[in-house]
Design a protein around this ligand. Structure first.
Ligand SMILES: [Zn+2]
Length: 279
C-alpha cells in the first residue's frame, strides 16, 4: 500500500510564484476544483490526505466537510504556505497550528512543510507537532535538490525527533513519511509527484514505486490541487526556470496520476497508520 497526499493550495501559493506577485489581487480560483478532485478519487475508490493551506478553509469553510464526508483526511500545510525555515516563523507557527485546530475541529493529525522546508534550522517543528497532539509529518525529501532535501534521511517511515531528523529515534512521538526517491545515473532524485511526475518519464516513476514495494516500503506520493485542475490555474509571468518547474507538462499531471492510482494502491496517512499498527 502506498500513500497519497494532495497538497491543497491555490494559484498564488507555490514558492516560485509567491516571489513575483506582491501587490497582485489574490482571489482564490483553484479552491473551486475540490468537487472535481473528490469525484476523481471516488471513481478510483481511493482515499487521500489533503494537506490544506489554512487560509483556504477561511475562504471556503465547506471544504472541510467535503473532504471528510468523502472519507478522506485533512492535514496541515501552514496557514499561508510559508516556508517553515523563514526567520522567526516558530512563534507564528504555534499560533497557526492552534488556529487550524479551530478551523478543523481538531481533525488534523498530520503536517507537510511547504517546499519541503524541514531541515536542521527548522527542526523545532517536530516538537511543536508533538505538543499539539499530531501523529505524523511528511516533509522529508531524502535527496538533495536545489530547493530542498535531507539527503541522508531514511527512506522508510520512522520515528522522527527534533534531534534526529534523519534516522529513527525510538523515543520520537511523530512518524515521518519520507517522500519517494529513486536512483538515476548514480544520483538519488525525487520521484514522488509534483514537478517530478510531470518531468520524469512515467516508467521511471513506476519503477521507483515497484522498487519500494519489493522492499515492503510504502511509496509516499504527492500531487498539488492545481496540477489536478490546471484549467483553474492562471499562468503567471515568471523567469524561464521558475516557469518550467511550475507549469511544465501541467496538462499531463492528472492523466499520469490517474494511471498510477489505477496501477498501484494508494491510501490516506491516518488510515495507513492504523492499518499498519504504527503509533
Ligand atoms: Zn505546498
Amino acid at each position: 500500500m502506498n500513500l497519497l497526499g494532495i497538497d491543497f493550495e491555490d494559484w498564488f501559493h507555490p514558492e516560485l510564484i509567491q516571489r513575483h506577485i506582491t501587490g497582485l489581487d489574490k482571489t482564490p480560483t483553484v479552491v473551486n476544483g475540490i468537487d472535481k478532485i473528490l469525484d476523481w478519487l471516488r471513481k478510483n475508490e481511493t482515499f487521500a490526505t489533503f494537506f490544506v493551506v489554512g487560509e483556504l478553509l477561511e475562504a471556503k469553510p465547506e471544504l472541510l466537510d467535503k473532504i471528510i464526508n468523502g472519507g478522506h483526511e485533512i492535514a496541515f500545510h501552514t496557514m499561508y504556505h510559508t516556508r517553515i525555515d523563514s526567520p522567526n516563523f516558530k512563534e507564528k507557527f504555534t499560533e497557526e497550528i492552534k488556529l487550524f485546530d479551530k478551523l478543523t475541529s481538531k481533525k488534523s493529525r498530520g503536517f507537510r512543510a511547504p517546499s519541503f522546508s524541514l531541515n536542521h534550522s527548522s527542526s523545532w517543528l517536530i516538537d511543536t507537532l508533538a505538543e499539539n497532539n499530531y501523529l505524523y509529518d511528511s516533509s522529508v525529501m531524502p535527496a538533495k535538490t536545489k530547493l530542498y532535501g535531507i539527503p541522508n534521511a531514511d527512506i522508510k517511515p520512522y520515528k522522527i525527533s527534533s534531534s534526529s531528523l534523519e534516522q529513527n529515534d525510538p523515543s520520537g512521538k511523530i512518524t515521518e513519511f519520507p517522500l519517494l526517491t529513486t536512483k538515476l545515473l548514480g544520483y538519488t532524485i525525487p520521484a514522488c509527484g509534483g514537478f517530478y511526475l510531470r518531468f520524469l518519464p512515467p516508467k521511471i516513476i513506476e519503477r521507483a514505486i515497484k522498487n519500494n514495494m519489493k522492499k515492503g516500503i510504502p511509496a509516499t506520493f504527492f500531487i498539488h490541487s492545481w496540477e489536478l485542475t490546471p484549467e483553474l490555474m492562471p499562468k503567471v509571468e515568471l523567469l524561464f526556470s521558475d516557469s518550467f518547474i511550475t507549469y511544465h507538462n501541467i496538462g499531463k499531471a492528472l492523466s499520469r496520476m490517474d494511471s498510477l492510482i489505477k496501477k498501484f494502491k494508494f491510501t490516506s496517512f491516518e488510515r495507513f497508520i492504523s492499518e499498519n499498527s504504527i503509533n
